[in-house]
Design a protein around this ligand. Structure first.
Ligand SMILES: [Zn+2]
Length: 331
């Protein structure tokens, strides 16, 4: 495989998800209805992954992803592939009629690789560029599942952490260099006890792992738990910044932030494509605070791009890459 050198300053990346290519939707439906096996499913999904990677390459992104094309839902995908969850059948949550939770009926255990095959495929079509792995984290798996077995949140979460750890080990053995744990549920309960509980789980997931360890957290009042999460055993926090107009900045400075940051510079809820100039101004706002150097700043969207039309997602990524190119000459 050709090797690709990720720029030392302002590397560009994605959070993970990308608009679904029609072929991937078809594959997911066939798999759900039991018409095809898991192996056939992966083969059917690969052309969609290739299209996503090609979009990322076209835009000029340094660290790409498979666009999570195989995942209909970030929790259900893993629930369907771990032991302990009911096969099919979800609980419909009353306070949100659109939200279905998979049910935990037994001890959670890792059975076989869930993301390795498709990560390897994406890597084989990325022209040597590294492919970021995204895995739904133990806290979000816990919060967005319905437990009928453990009756103890922490016990369930630690078993989820052990299962995710297995997957991380397999991915790193296969060559993954960037491993991101997604925890969107954390900002829905921004309390010290919750943040501390996740720290214990992350110790299990990441201890001794030799890869870039990243956690993605987005939206909500993260500043309320910032002092606690800054202790997490990760190299990088990937954060939504643009949508909240960089509200977190003074807090990061105040708490002596010294890890890498994956800095969200485009809003995934807006169809408006941020200009190169606007993106540069956002990054300059961060740099002017003076607590972080350009080699620790990764540029990416606030969150996954799955809800945007593909053309808009592509255009946003292209402007991120162009802004990074110009910023490298100035910083
Ligand atoms: Zn997010």
């Amino acid at each position: 495989m050709r090797s690709y050198e990720v720029p030392r300053k302002f590397p560009t990346t994605v959070v993970g998800s990308y608009p679904k290519i029609a072929q991937a939707d078809r594959a997911i439906k066939l798999r759900k209805s039991g018409q095809i096996s898991e192996l056939e499913f992966r083969e059917l999904v690969k052309p969609a992954i290739r299209e996503v990677v090609e979009d990322h390459l076209w835009a000029g992104i340094d660290i790409v992803s498979d666009g999570e094309q195989a995942r209909d839902d970030m929790v259900v995908y893993f629930a369907e592939r771990l032991r302990g969850y009911s096969s099919g059948g979800w609980v419909r949550v009353f306070d949100n009629e659109y939200f279905k939770k998979p049910i935990v009926l037994g001890k959670i255990e890792w059975i076989e690789p869930m993301a390795v095959d498709l990560w390897s495929y994406a890597s084989s079509v990325s022209s040597g560029r590294p492919v970021k792995v995204t895995l739904t984290g133990p806290y979000t798996m816990l919060e967005w599942s319905f437990d009928l077995h453990y009756r103890d949140r922490k016990e369930l979460m630690m078993d989820l952490a052990r299962a995710i750890r297995k997957e991380v080990e397999k991915l790193v053995a296969a060559g993954a260099k960037y491993v991101q744990i997604d925890e969107p549920a954390l900002s829905t309960k921004p309390f010290k006890e919750e943040a501390d509980m996740l720290k214990e789980a992350l110790d299990v997931v990441f201890r001794g792992i030799e890869a870039k360890r990243i956690i993605h957290i987005c939206y909500g009042r993260i500043e309320k738990i910032l002092p606690y999460i800054l202790e997490y055993p990760v190299d990088q926090f990937d954060l939504e910044m643009k949508n909240s107009n960089f509200r977190l900045l003074p807090y990061l400075k105040e708490y002596g932030y010294n890890k890498e940051i994956g800095c969200g510079v485009v809003d995934v809820h807006s169809f408006q494509v941020e200009s190169v100039r606007e993106i540069k101004e956002s990054v300059e706002k961060l740099m002017r605070e003076g607590f972080i150097g350009p080699e620790k700043v990764y540029l990416d969207p606030d969150c996954g791009l799955k809800r945007l039309p593909r053309e808009i997602a592509r255009a946003k990524l292209k402007n991120i890459a162009e802004a990074a190119r110009q910023l490298r000459e100035e910083w």
